[in-house]
Design a protein around this ligand. Structure first.
Ligand SMILES: Cc1cc2nc3c(=O)[nH]c(=O)nc-3n(C[C@H](O)[C@H](O)[C@H](O)COP(=O)(O)O)c2cc1C
Length: 196
């Protein structure tokens, strides 16, 4: 069965090399709108997104690697970085701890992936960044202590040769469904033959 959404999912990939071209404000607005529409536990919408488009600041962010590492320096030349912050609601957070759930992280992750997919739809590359020093980013962007910094999302027009209009060949890059899905019982991988 054809699906335009599945086609979008197949075209998204992590982009780590960008043209210096500025992203149009209308496109930035659409990416932020995609985040705003995301679902969240109890509709708390516990996110705050710091949108960074100042090249000097992005260059500094690229140096905010975890201590002793030089990871993610490539992001220095990207035109846009979204900093995904989450604020755990005091009551919900407490309840979440009792039942051993941390919903604000899930909420922010859902909003972040909405943003990545919207970026792909707009012919923009994106990349999640999980390896960074929260302390250094917090200091640089004056993020208050009540907020956790969950991830950075780099975005912009991909460098020559990176085609977002063509699907990635995921056959080798992703596990097969039979490895990750079971039906009615964790131990039962035999699925109806939906995918042939
Ligand atoms: C939560 C999260 C954190 C990630 N952190 C980094 C990172 O710090 N640096 C990086 O280059 N890629 C990072 N990635 C990108 C993954 O490496 C990438 O999504 C994965 O290899 C699959 O490749 P694809 O996105 O091209 O399909 C991260 C992805 C996720 C979802």
């Amino acid at each position: 069965m054809e699906s335009a959404f599945l086609d979008l999912l197949r075209r998204r990939r992590s982009v780590r090399s960008y043209r210096p071209q500025t992203v149009e404000p209308e496109k930035v607005a659409l990416i932020l709108e995609a985040a705003r529409l995301a679902p969240s536990a109890c509709n708390q919408q516990p996110w705050h997104i710091v949108t960074v488009d100042r090249p000097a600041l992005i260059r500094e962010m690229a140096l905010c690697a975890p201590a002793g590492t030089r990871i993610n320096k490539w992001m220095a030349d990207a035109p846009l970085v979204f900093v995904l912050c989450g604020r755990p609601h005091p009551l919900i957070h407490q309840a979440a701890q009792w039942i051993d759930k941390d919903c604000h992280r899930l909420d922010v992750a859902i909003a972040g992936e909405h943003m990545c997919l919207m970026a792909t739809e707009l012919s923009l590359g994106s990349c999640w960044i999980g390896w960074f020093s929260e302390k250094k980013i917090r200091r640089l962007l004056h993020i208050p202590p009540a907020y956790t910094i969950l991830a950075l999302l780099v975005a912009g027009y991909p460098d020559e040769g990176i085609r977002l209009d063509e699907p990635v060949d995921h056959d080798l890059r992703r596990k097969q469904l039979v490895e990750i899905v079971s039906w009615n019982d964790f131990r039962a991988p035999d699925a109806p033959d939906y995918h042939s």
